[in-house]
Design a protein around this ligand. Structure first.
Ligand SMILES: Nc1nc2c(ncn2[C@@H]2O[C@H](COP(=O)(O)OP(=O)(O)OP(=O)(O)O)[C@@H](O)[C@H]2O)c(=O)[nH]1
Ligand SMILES: [Mg+2]
Length: 447
């Protein structure tokens, strides 16, 4: 499986200037030469573009450029050939089929990167960074993926693993030579080191910040009917996304939209106006709104500055206690019936931001607030959920080892081994085939 020659379309489907068919494996050059006829009959030079045609018998399928990258100087560390074709579904598909008839097999999702990993060019965490880089929607996600691709996560994990090996060696010495090192002596030496290492790893596990960097900040707009939630969503997005009317209860389902602010992706959710209702459709909308509020990273409670506070506003304020919430005083263009000063007393700790959905220029403070909410720690060591889960597990085993030390050093050694195994899953130093299948199945074909 890992030595045959694979091929796939590496570019996204659809029309474009160029599309690329990529081939990798021991027979890459032969497959290329079976489908590609160079304009000048000369041997291909590695890493040099050659002009020519893709042929099917006497029929010319496309005019193109081809490049051969001989092992090991290639993405997979195998011989790799690429055909740069005219971008379009049919031509590209036909060239791929020709490659498959000429000795290549269709690559599975992520198989090129899997080979790069298996051939030792990158470790598993770097391989995953490739996919994160492809998926990055904003500057922050891009930076985090680049940091990981350049070995940021790997070097942290390797340092932790080295310290853990040293701790394990200390434990092993005590187990092997009990007459020279007493358990008590060893425990006194090892306990603070184990605890320090657990803490270092725990500090690197900030799941919420990691999720905000890689997937964006989720912000729910909530409030009673008619305060202007949908108008605000439209104003922030700069497009007419949600229906706005003067009739309370206009929005019944959740409406989402994405915006980029300071390099961060913000997912805005407009919700149904929250109030007591007998309408079964509205009731469902209210239940969805309440769930969105609970799950959001930040909640914007919208209030109508043109009207005094209502009982519905007060009910909702009660439900928002303890959430990460800001009060947005909308309709600031109207004569104030609810002032900023009065609003500031409503929800302790929640900032009050005055806006008018009818005036785009008034949204600056609100955008600043959202930017600041998305600005979590920039250079996080670990950002991939799989890494965070394994690191948490490693830290838990270390904490367990610290407790086991008090019982017997043999027990602690077992926990230390489990921690080491969890760390090695991140870089892929010790990894099962099943885990690799899972990681690479999330890749796109052709990468
Ligand atoms: N003067 C003024 N009117 C506004 C402002 N924002 C919204 N409105 C008006 O308020 C009414 C309700 O706006 P929506 O955006 O539909 O309010 P909503 O909170 O989404 O209402 P529901 O979907 O019913 O919960 C509409 O007539 C809007 O034009 C504002 O900043 N100033
Ligand atoms: Mg609405």
């Amino acid at each position: 499986m890992t030595h045959d020659t694979i091929a796939a379309i590496a570019t996204a489907p659809g029309q474009g200037g160029v599309s690329i068919v990529r081939i990798s494996g021991t027979e890459a050059e032969q497959v290329l030469l079976r489908v590609f006829r160079p304009a000048k009959a000369a041997p291909l030079t590695s890493h040099m573009l050659t002009y020519g045609h893709v042929m099917d018998g006497d029929e010319t399928i496309d005019e193109c450029m081809a490049v051969l990258m001989r092992a090991p100087r290639s993405y997979t560390r195998e011989d790799v050939a690429e055909l740069q074709l005219h971008g379009g579904g049919y031509t590209c598909q036909r060239v791929l089929e020709k490659c498959l008839q000429s000795g290549a097999r269709l690559a599975q999702p992520g198989e090129f990167t899997r080979r790069a990993f298996l051939n030792g060019r990158i470790d598993l965490s770097q391989a995953e960074a490739v996919m994160s880089l492809i998926a990055a929607q904003g500057d922050r996600a891009h930076q985090a993926a680049m940091h990981q691709l350049q070995g940021g996560a790997s070097s942290f994990i390797r340092q932790a693993a080295d310290e853990l090996y040293a701790i394990q060696a200390g434990a092993a010495a005590c187990i092997d030579y009990p007459e020279e090192i007493s358990e008590e002596e060893a425990a006194n030496d090892l306990l603070p080191r184990i605890e320090r290492l657990a803490e270092t790893i725990e500090n690197a596990c900030n799941e919420k910040a990691a999720r905000i960097i890689t997937s964006g900040l989720t912000v729910a707009l909530c409030g009673r009917p008619n305060v202007g939630k949908s108008s605000l969503l439209n104003a922030l997005l700069g497009e007419d996304r949600a229906i706005v009317t003067a009739i309370p209860g206009t929005t019944r389902d959740m409406i989402t939209g994405e915006m980029l602010l300071g390099g961060s992706v913000i997912h805005l959710i407009d919700t149904a106006g929250l109030h007591a209702t007998n309408d079964p459709v509205e009731q469902l909308g209210v239940a969805r709104a309440e769930a969105a509020i609970r799950q959001a990273d930040a909640v914007l409670m919208v209030l109508d500055a043109g009207m005094p506070l209502t009982d519905e506003d007060r009910d909702l304020l009660g439900k928002l206690q303890g959430l990460n919430c800001a009060l947005v005083l909308n309709k600031s263009d109207l004569p104030a019936a609810l002032t900023t000063e009065a609003a500031a007393k409503l929800l302790p700790g929640a900032p009050v931001i005055s806006v008018s959905a009818h005036d785009a220029a008034s949204l600056t403070a609100l955008k600043d607030y959202l930017r600041q909410q998305a600005a979590v720690a920039d250079h996080l060591t670990l950002t991939q959920p799989r890494h965070l889960e394994a690191a948490r597990r490693a830290a838990a085993h270390l904490r367990q080892a610290a407790q086991s030390l008090a019982l017997a050093i043999d027990f602690a050694a077992v926990d230390l081994q489990a921690a080491q195994l969890a760390l090695s899953e991140i870089t892929g130093d010790q990894v099962e085939e099943k885990l690799l299948d899972k990681v690479f199945s999330q890749f796109c074909v052709g990468k």
